[in-house]
Design a protein around this ligand. Structure first.
Ligand code: AMP
Length: 285
């Protein structure tokens, strides 16, 4: 099977996409940091089903990592990633170096107002500034008609939708459902950091979200008892350390006392040095 074209520079990427466009193809982009798993594959398949030319970017973006985060040890199994892209019939893999994306004179960053400072942004200062900046660059390099993101990173999806609206970006943003392991753990490239005990206990995230969901389905509309239940469940989980437990309005990402409208239940929990996130989005009358 012929593999995807692998590009490393902006020019070669633009040239390949321009040819596809002259062939009348719609362009789909799946931005990733590599270490591809079934969650990424679900985005690639959505792109494959809906567009004629599928580009996957693989770039571990330094500007979205804090100084004490896992930039250096983030997994980079590039050959395996290309095999997955080949199996999924991807047309182009854009795999730039940090130097190509950020020249020594780089100065411009995108900030998406107060959406970037709450939830994950509160514990990872500068993270969403790095994300928004690299995604805008990827949009400008590939110029996709549709870009695919996962609900797994709900705040990221919300921020990128806001950026696309505010900056009149000619791209449709599609958010795909969370892909999970059979026991409910959301797939993540960071799950490989977990040892056996941490991996077993990491199901606490989905179990907690499900417990909240059940209370909501049973009629609970007050945030406080739900937050208390979530904290109690996570505090009782061996090895778990809560970063945040939040019930927010999905539009503003601000906490809500009474649940109404599009409500995001979101968790971030450390197991050792590994930070896991998960969420569920509820539509409440
Ligand atoms: P990453 O490589 O972690 O930057 O993720 C690239 C894209 O894949 C992002 O849009 C993520 O939200 C998405 N993604 C990561 N994990 C999952 C998952 N378990 N299910 C669905 N999408 C995911």
């Amino acid at each position: 099977m012929a593999g995807p074209l692998i590009t490393r520079t902006v020019d070669e990427t633009r040239r390949a996409v321009a040819i596809a466009r002259t062939q009348g193809k719609r362009i789909g982009l799946v931005p990733t940091m590599g270490a591809l798993h079934a969650g990424h594959v679900s985005l690639i398949r959505a792109a494959r089903a809906e567009t004629g030319f599928v580009a996957v970017s693989i770039f571990v973006n330094p500007t979205q990592f804090g100084p004490n985060e896992d930039l250096a040890r983030y997994p980079r199994p590039f050959e395996k990633d290309v095999e997955i892209c080949t199996a999924e019939n991807v047309d182009l893999v854009f795999h730039p170096t940090p130097e190509i994306m950020y020249s020594p004179s780089f100065k411009t960053f995108v900030e998406v107002g107060d959406l970037q400072n709450v939830l994950c942004g509160a514990s990872r200062p500068g993270h969403f500034r790095g994300v928004a900046t690299v995604v805008l660059k990827l949009f400008n390099i590939v110029q996709p008609d549709v870009a695919y993101f996962g609900q797994k990173d709900a705040q990221q999806a919300r921020i990128l939708m806001q950026m696309a609206t505010d900056l009149d970006l000619p791209v449709e943003i599609e958010v795909c459902p969370i892909v999970r392991e059979p026991d409910g753990l959301a797939l993540s490239s960071r799950n490989v950091y977990l040892d056996a005990a941490q991996r077993a206990n990491a199901t606490a995230l989905i179990r907690t979200l499900q417990a909240l969901r059940e209370r909501i389905d049973a009629g609970e509309r007050s945030a406080e008892p739900l937050l208390r239940l979530a904290r109690a469940m996570l505090d009782a989980t061996p090895g778990a350390r809560i970063d945040y437990v939040a019930i927010v309005d999905f539009d503003s990402l601000q906490p809500m006392d009474r649940l109404k409208g599009r409500v995001l239940l979101a968790l971030a929990v450390y197991f050792g040095a590994t930070r896991l996130i998960d969420n569920v989005l509820n539509d409440i009358k």
